[in-house]
Design a protein around this ligand. Structure first.
Ligand SMILES: Cc1cc2nc3c(=O)[nH]c(=O)nc-3n(C[C@H](O)[C@H](O)[C@H](O)COP(=O)(O)OP(=O)(O)OC[C@H]3O[C@@H](n4cnc5c(N)ncnc54)[C@H](O)[C@@H]3O)c2cc1C
Length: 120
């Protein structure tokens, strides 16, 4: 018997642990729809589902699960937004005070070669 290797044996360690006295009870909540991820896709899906349900006077519970500490915590964005989807989803977003400050007035595409910026 080798005491060094015996203590590293996970099976033996497991056997040595006493069994838990009770299984911990977990909270649970029921939802009709669970959406994983509160990025633009998940949030749009949740909003649209709730809009459709409201239009048909149908009670629908929707849960969006986000692994970030809060909604938006994992957003990687240059914050340039084409509002075409927002216009469809929430047409009155300007009146509601969505924090979109500066409308784009011009659009130019540039390519970067080894020496210069080349306008396209
Ligand atoms: C550097 C960078 C800059 C960008 N700049 C712009 C820009 O200026 N304008 C623009 O329109 N687009 C920009 N984009 C693109 C834009 O970010 C994506 O098109 C958009 O985020 C895609 O949305 P999505 O909902 O599909 O995914 P995501 O935004 O990636 O959302 C997925 C969400 O799911 C969560 N998630 C993943 N797995 C789990 C899990 N198992 N459990 C719980 N939650 C989970 C993540 O935390 C995340 O919040 C940029 C992207 C990058 C990388």
């Amino acid at each position: 018997m080798n005491p060094d290797t015996d203590t590293l044996n996970p099976q033996k360690e497991h056997e040595a642990e006493p069994a838990p006295a009770t299984v911990e009870e977990r909270d649970s909540m029921d939802f009709d729809v669970v959406i994983v991820g509160a990025g633009p896709a998940g949030l749009s899906a949740a909003i649209r589902l709730r809009q459709l349900a409201a239009e048909q006077d149908f009670e629908l519970t929707v849960c969006v699960v986000e692994k970030g500490s809060e909604v938006g915590a994992h957003i990687l964005s240059g914050a340039v937004l084409d509002p075409v989807a927002l216009n469809e989803l929430i047409p009155d977003w300007p009146e509601r005070g969505a924090p979109l400050g500066q409308p784009g007035t011009d659009n130019r595409h540039w390519a970067l070669d080894r020496k210069d910026l080349v306008a396209e």
